[in-house]
Design a binder for this molecule. Sequence first.
Ligand code: P6P
Length: 334
Amino acid sequence: MLKPIMTISRYILEQQIQNPGATGRFSGLLTTITLAAKVIAREVRKSGLLDILGKTGDVNVQGEQVTKLDEFSHKVIMDTLGRSGHVCALASEEEESIIEIPEGYPLGRYVLLLDPLDGSSNIDVNVSVGTIFSIHRRITREGKGMTEDFLQPGHRQVGAGYVVYGSSTMMVYSTGQGVHGFTLDPEVGEFLLSHENIRMPEKGKIYSINEGYHDRWERGVDEYIHYLKREDKETDRPYSSRYIGTLVADFHRTLLYGGIFLYPSDRKRPHGKLRLLYEAAPMAYLAEQAGGLAITGRERILDIQPTSLHQRIPLIIGSRQDVLTAEKFIRAAS
Ligand code: P6P
């Protein structure tokens, strides 16, 4: 029996129909993001065959080596979304300041924040990478978007999602009505609904953290990770350890299988490594929409009032019970 074919474009429209006040602009923005994702997916899939692997020799605002695929993904998104008429400005991990819409193009009522290619250092060894996006309604009244349109707490996002370029290409997003996953069928050239209403398990059996930084961890994190490693049948311990080193891939596994991902603050990085606006906040939005939690270790990610575009934040995210246990260890030790 053939499953009904539900494309992401049709799903977005069906969600819009359920929202009587919708104008279709937000649907248009989401659909344009799927176009950019398809173009990036095509290049990622062929990257081993094209002169698109490796580094450009440039360093981005984060002080990180820019890969050719970073640059390509950034350009694709700027070209498609920048001229879509849906946004009044964009912000990208690859650019120091916000990106204005080219002269002559209409300004939309949303702003879009992106990590165009998360985990790009993994691309040369064929490990999953991803694109992360976050959407806010503009707060300035008119004209070009301003930085203040971007510095909004995560709970005000109107949409967020990611694309994971792995064994298959999947797009996962939420607009506040649950979390839904779509798998790209390259022959059809469409993202097809494959995971409707994803719910994160209440508790998992996998923890994900870069153990190489063990000596830098604060005591509460150290004690929590040791707790997960101790044998205890009652509480399903020890947990398994999985760490891919690409946030999108580590989060995608946590979303589907449950468990916990941690990139905590440590002695070397008192604010952690991950960026609040276009990494932690969109993932926190998805986690909570799927029944999970996301904290810094002491406060809810979605409550944080951003102070700068590229600010870093500690991230502890995953199954509700696991995140609450981690928070208990961290609070008890501080
Ligand atoms: P580390 C990739 O560079 C990234 O920004 C995230 O995708 C990932 O979770 C993290 O950094 C990995 O950092 O320090 O463990 O290599």
